[in-house]
Design a protein around this ligand. Structure first.
Ligand SMILES: [Fe+2]
Length: 346
């Protein structure tokens, strides 16, 4: 078995492959690691057959849908998943065949209603049901302390104590544990009775994960994240360096349109000399009158580079094939001490 654990922040994902047949599955992939998963699969000579989420994640962005599209492989989740784009809905006791490997599904609700663990030979990927020295929280949507108690004490913890535990999170850099070690030393599992366990889980008073609503929106509806939109726009446009623009401004390069897509107030306080104002919000509405020549070279800037990247992608879609974004925003221009102009447009 080829078994690779990848970490992004505290989130862990797993590439599980059959060395004999080159078939593989990816468990809990994270959107920021797509290139690494594909690179790792290629390096190990693996073809990914399944993209599996152990549950609907509320704290990070799942890459299952995007990878499913790229790899033409199915997204597999527990049948209770609220996500409409799941191709393969799994039930307790189901098995996925990955070459000669067997991935066995255990439905373990509690952290979420659709939580499952995957047993693979001598190990088990426990998702957020059982973590090293902790358990998944039960205060996020569809969480249920009673269900978690049942999943842990009546199912998971009754498995072979030697089974290796690979969780979906760890914030202390630990790689794995075993069922036996968790039974012996996991503080939350020392509270074995149902009522006190639920009482403890209800009173953890954890802060809400950052990006909660965006993560649920993205993971449940397959919506793009803001970071994805920016990355896609960034991949679709070329950039111009600050120094290049400075030189061109100093030489008053006549063919170049410098486009400021910030709001009027910011523009009037200070802008790149000779820049034209066209706020991002009005771009599509004013493009025909303000930018009549689609063959002109246009460099777009905003305060921090993000809005200008989106605006440049829009301009390219509108047929301005020589539109580029400034690598750096007006903030960087200002901080570099380059020339400024203030006031209204000429
Ligand atoms: Fe989770």
């Amino acid at each position: 078995m080829i078994f690779e654990q990848l970490s992004a922040g505290g989130c862990k994902s797993y590439l599980v492959g059959c060395a004999e047949t080159s078939a593989a599955a990816l468990i809990d992939p994270e959107i920021g690691l797509i290139d690494r998963y594909l690179g790792l699969a290629a390096r190990n000579g693996l073809r990914i057959h399944y993209l599996i989420d152990t549950h609907t994640h509320a704290d990070h962005f799942s890459a299952t849908r995007e990878l499913a599209r790229q790899l033409r492989a199915p997204v597999a989740m527990h049948r209770m998943s609220p996500t409409p784009f799941v191709d393969l809905r799994l039930d307790d006791g189901d098995m996925l065949l990955v070459g000669k490997l067997r991935l066995q599904v255990l439905h373990t609700p509690g952290h979420t209603r659709d939580s499952m663990c995957l047993r693979i030979g001598d190990r088990i990927c426990t998702g957020d049901t059982l973590l090293i020295g902790a358990t998944g929280r039960t205060d996020l949507p569809s969480g249920d302390p009673e269900a978690l108690h049942d999943s842990l004490f009546n199912h998971l913890l009754r498995l072979d104590p030697a089974l290796l535990v690979f969780p979906a999170h760890d914030y202390h850099g630990r790689v794995h544990s075993t069922i036996g070690e968790e039974i012996a030393s996991n503080p939350r599992l020392q509270v074995r009775e149902r009522a006190p366990f639920c009482e403890m889980m209800r009173n953890l008073n954890l802060g809400m994960p950052s990006h909660l609503t965006e993560a649920l929106r993205s993971n449940m509806n397959g919506a793009k994240t803001v970071a994805q939109m920016l990355a896609e726009a960034g991949a679709a446009v070329p950039f111009m360096s600050l120094l290049e623009l400075k030189t061109r401004v100093e030489n008053r390069a006549p063919e170049l349109i410098v486009l400021d897509v910030r709001e009027r107030e910011a523009y009037e306080q200070g802008h790149v000399p000779g820049a034209k104002l066209l706020p991002r919000g009005q771009l599509e509405l004013r493009v025909n009158q303000d930018l009549p020549d689609p063959t002109r070279r246009i460099v777009v800037y905003c305060e921090l580079r993000r809005i200008s990247t989106l605006a440049t992608a829009t301009l390219r879609e509108l047929g301005f094939q020589r539109a580029v974004a400034l690598d750096g925003g007006f903030k960087a221009w200002r901080e570099a001490g380059f020339a400024l102009q203030s006031g209204c447009e000429p």
